[in-house]
Design a protein around this ligand. Sequence first.
Ligand code: DGL
Length: 268
Amino acid sequence: MDIKNNQAIGVFDSGIGGLTVVRALMERLPFENIIYFGDTARVPYGIKSVETINHYATQITEFLLKKDVKLLVVACNTMAAVAYSAIKDLSPVPVLEVIEASARNAVAETRTKSIGVIGTPATINSNAYARAIHLLVKEVKIYSQTCPLFVPLVEEGWFDHPATRLIAQEYLKPVLAEQIDTLVLGCTHYPLLKSLLQEIVGPKINLIDSAEAMADATADLLNQLNLGNANKLPPDYLFCVSDVPYRFQTIGERFLGRTLGKVELVRL
Ligand code: DGL
């Protein structure tokens, strides 16, 4: 397959959360064209079955491949955790996923060798983080916690709301009772709650935000494959969602601190 350097990078997520990865990519790779897909009609994914998540992930992959992307970035931890092999099997272009990048960062950061991981029920129940971390280092203790209410709170734009704070305190109690020094934000939605979560866990615990790790991994891979965009022109960004583009635009612009430009409604 002949891949051209000026083809876009395809990034996808169940909703708005993958914009954390888009923001990191825009900063790290300012000349890359990006096509983003957020499945706003069907979010949240993290409480759905493995079969359903696989089905949705397959549809999104097919959509982005039709858009001629040169690389697929699975920003969504939930899809990475349960549908990575389905996506990879389908894709003739390289696929990068978020879990390995975050696991790597967590292992590099921890001193106590006790790592907390928070994520959606699908991600935590898949055990994908524990597997990825133990593949890197065996003698690390992992304490996981599902936080199913975080995704709707973020999709609502409640990044710093008293209700979000209360729920976060409750969710984090068990992991904070352990001697963790590192907490993986194992869902792309969670970095949007980063300041609130940092206040709750205190300054001694490192939060692992996978967005930057993903951007670094993307930059490395493009470099390695010689696929970086040689056109040093302002890039094209296209945002596609499966429902209510206006809402995505409003919350997304608030988060990115810039206009999103085109937000298209796409029915898969
Ligand atoms: N943002 C996704 C993740 O990283 C999933 C959120 C959801 O749809 O439940 O896991």
